[in-house]
Write a protein that binds this ligand. Structure first.
Ligand code: BGC
Length: 715
């Protein structure tokens, strides 16, 4: 398609319509030909929707085909709609939430999951997924921790790339969909963990920590980017010319569509950044925002802004061209129904191959926090009690697309699937609502079940609906009801294992000394119960590691491993006039990078190929890791560095590489990492991204707390 020629043919009205995105519900008239629901709220007419450029949130391939068909009849230029959807962690077969994927430290499984998601959703008619979300998060109160791969810029960047590659492939098959990376930028840094809240931070922090994963997604070829709801240093992202034009377009060379978040154009008025919707349109266009999602600032105001000479038609043309180019790249002009295939959609949904991927992912993401020789439970156990509010609940996690909790394997089902002849009983113990107080009747029932059982599986933590968008929590401890339940059950049955479901780190201090064993299952998706049973009965080993710090106390939040040192670091407990608290230590309950296994590992001190390095040179650091236990297992060898003195203060430690290693019992392997200037570089005081001469501590370790280091000098 000759896009430029097409653009010349389009009227101004038609061009503006290309920039509009309405939900599928807005595009479908009722039997009387009237637009109702959200379309009515936006005061849309049939004329407004006839040429609109894209739509979001639709049911399936059949509805996509019907909507596109109708659109092609209405649009005089026959420009197909782009169909977008929130396919976040699966379409119909749901795999673990992104925070869990971060815990896998395994880019291959993450890519495999995104690939499966692309196959299923492409058959459902999806062209663009609003994923991956790569917002770095350090505050466990934020509801959307669950959508992020956690607190580390490097781990996030690796996972961002894996997801983009998984979704997009080469974009040349109709099983490939476009990735829309979001929410640009620093949406996860919302003050006090409240969703949509203000972000105020230095450009140094932004570039060093928060921008890295978006950049990685852009470099991996993401076809779209979504601007975030929040302000950064007083400017809302969708109107932030510095962020969108100077950094994203000019510095990073991103020449593809930028879309707003849901009604974020109009919300510029609420922010107090624009006086009315006309000003919203002007600010967003000046920032080069292309697609307006679910508000009508462009639709109602670009014409008059142009007539008044406040914007130029070329600005609109540039936006339209970026959208048409994407449509052309996807071959929509030749086949507006790209990918949509109702039979294939049905055949792929929950197919055995996809269920197997979801199960494998859920196994790999689980993190074993404590095990006093209780796990794995013996498969010959005769009487098992599954206790807790989430024993028989499908734990899909928020944003389940078309996943159904009723099609999800619960823990009780998983345990029954794993053990043919066991007597499996269940007691809820509490209802799982937030801040719930203990109900003695429910707890007694659970205690009775625990007394009669040979082993107990306690399903505690958060329900899928207790994290996610607009689901921030001020208190991330367990409810009094859950704490009492755990304590009373563990008191009567020493073979009690806790399975923690959650979409964020939870403060576990109240129960950690009581429980003999606990692991984090996150929100595991369709195959939750089977994966949990695979781990509990030792059919597979734990290999996940924490992608976010688990605090010791709520008041430590935000807590993250790669903090700055300060002028008065607390080096020993109770040291006064140092940075810390007088009532609690600085250390978390479980650090970033931590996780146990059914075997044990030892790692040697790191060794450098040479201790001095010139600029442009590289060195290799290596360590030997050994499986010192009785079964095979995987561990994650992690490379951290610390820049000792620099033109700006540097973090106490930063992850720069990792490798998952499989070892048979007694087996030992050498793991090596190359260190170049890139690993040592940062945004210096002069504004450049470069390495400064000096000493660096290098750690090769099994979590972020290691003190075993070697010093490298960059000359
Ligand atoms: C969310 C986005 C999502 C969009 C469309 C917004 O409320 O912040 O992450 O993609 O809705 O559903």
């Amino acid at each position: 398609m000759d896009i430029k020629k097409l653009l010349q043919k389009m009227t101004l009205e038609q061009k503006i319509a290309q920039l509009c995105q309405f939900s599928a519900r807005c595009l479908v008239a009722d039997e009387t030909g009237e637009l109702t629901g959200p379309a009515k709220d936006l005061n849309l007419s049939m004329k407004d929707i006839a040429c609109c450029g894209s739509t979001l949130t639709f049911a399936d391939a059949n509805s996509m085909i019907a909507i596109q068909k109708k659109h092609m009849e209405l649009d005089p230029n026959k420009i197909p709609l782009l169909f977008m959807h929130d396919v976040i962690h699966g379409y119909r077969t749901i795999y673990p939430i992104q925070l869990a994927l971060g815990a896998s430290w395994d880019a291959d499984i993450v890519k495999k999951c995104s690939r499966m998601s692309a196959r299923e959703s492409a058959a459902g008619g999806v062209h663009v997924t609003f994923a991956p979300m790569v917002d770095l998060v350090r505050d466990a109160r934020w509801g959307r921790c669950m959508e992020s791969c956690g607190e580390d810029p490097y781990l996030n960047s690796v996972m961002a790339r894996a997801q983009v590659e998984g979704y997009q492939g080469n974009l040349d098959s109709d099983e490939d969909i476009c990735a829309c990376v979001k929410h640009f930028a620093a949406y996860g840094a919302a003050e006090s963990g409240k969703d949509y809240n203000t972000v105020d931070m230095s450009e140094y922090n932004l570039r060093e920590n928060y921008l890295c994963a978006y950049k990685s997604a852009v470099e991996a070829g993401a076809q779209m980017i979504m601007a975030s709801f929040n302000t950064i240093n007083g400017v809302p992202s969708i109107a932030n010319k510095w962020l969108l034009k100077d950094v994203l377009r000019d510095e990073w060379g991103f020449d593809k569509p930028i879309i707003s978040d849901y009604s974020a154009f109009a919300e510029l008025v609420n922010h107090g950044y624009c006086s009315d919707e006309k000003e919203c349109a002007k600010a967003a266009l000046d920032a080069t925002a292309d697609i307006e999602m679910m508000s009508v600032c462009y639709l109602r105001n670009l014409t008059s802004l142009l007539e008044e000479g406040r914007i130029k038609e070329e600005q609109i043309d540039e936006c339209v061209l970026r959208i048409l180019e994407l449509k052309d790249k996807l071959g929509l002009f030749e086949n507006p129904y790209r990918g949509a295939n109702p039979e294939k959609e049905k055949a792929l949904a929950l197919c055995p191959e996809h269920r197997a991927i979801a199960r494998e992912a859920a196994q790999k993401c689980a993190v074993l926090l404590k095990n006093d020789n209780i796990l794995p439970l013996n498969k010959n156990t005769k009487n098992i009690a599954v206790i807790g509010p989430w024993s028989d609940v499908g734990m899909l996690g928020e944003w389940p697309a078309h996943g159904e909790p009723s099609e999800t394997v619960t823990v009780i089902e998983g345990v029954k699937n794993a053990l043919n002849n066991a007597n499996v009983t269940m007691a809820k113990g509490c209802n799982g609502v937030l801040n719930e107080l203990p109900d003695d009747e429910l707890i007694n029932e659970a205690v009775c079940a625990a007394e009669k059982a040979d082993a107990v599986i306690l399903c505690i933590g958060e329900h899928s609906k207790q994290s996610g968008e607009a689901h921030s929590r001020a208190d991330i401890t367990l409810s009094p009801a859950q704490i009492k339940l755990v304590k009373e059950v563990c008191a009567v049955n020493k073979n009690s294992v806790c399975v923690l479901f959650c979409g964020r780190p939870i403060v576990l201090t109240d129960i950690i000394d009581t429980v003999p064993a606990i692991f984090v299952a996150w929100q595991p998706g369709t195959e939750a119960g089977n994966a949990v049973a695979d781990l509990i009965f030792g059919d597979v080993n734990f290999e996940g590691r924490l992608p976010m710090t688990f605090p010791l106390h709520l008041g430590q939040v935000p807590i993250y491993y790669n903090q700055m040192n300060t002028g008065r670091p607390k080096l020993v407990p109770n040291q006064i006039f140092t940075s810390g608290y007088i009532d609690y230590p600085n250390d978390p309950l479980f650090p970033f990078g931590y996780g146990l296994s059914y075997t044990s590992f030892e790692i040697s001190s790191p060794v450098l190929s040479k201790t001095q390095m010139n600029k442009g040179d590289k060195v290799v650091v290596s360590a030997r890791v050994k499986n010192t236990g009785a079964v095979a297992g995987k561990t994650v060898v992690q490379l951290y560095i610390r820049d000792l003195f620099a033109s700006r203060t540097r973090p106490v430690k930063e992850l720069k590489g990792f490798e998952k290693v499989y070892l048979e019992p007694g087996e030992e392997k050498e793991v090596s990492f190359e260190i170049t200037e890139k690993e040592l570089a940062f945004h210096t005081a002069s504004g450049k991204f470069e390495a400064e001469a000096g000493d660096f501590h290098i750690f090769v370790a099994l979590d972020s707390t290691s003190k075993d280091l070697v010093t490298l000098t960059l000359k």
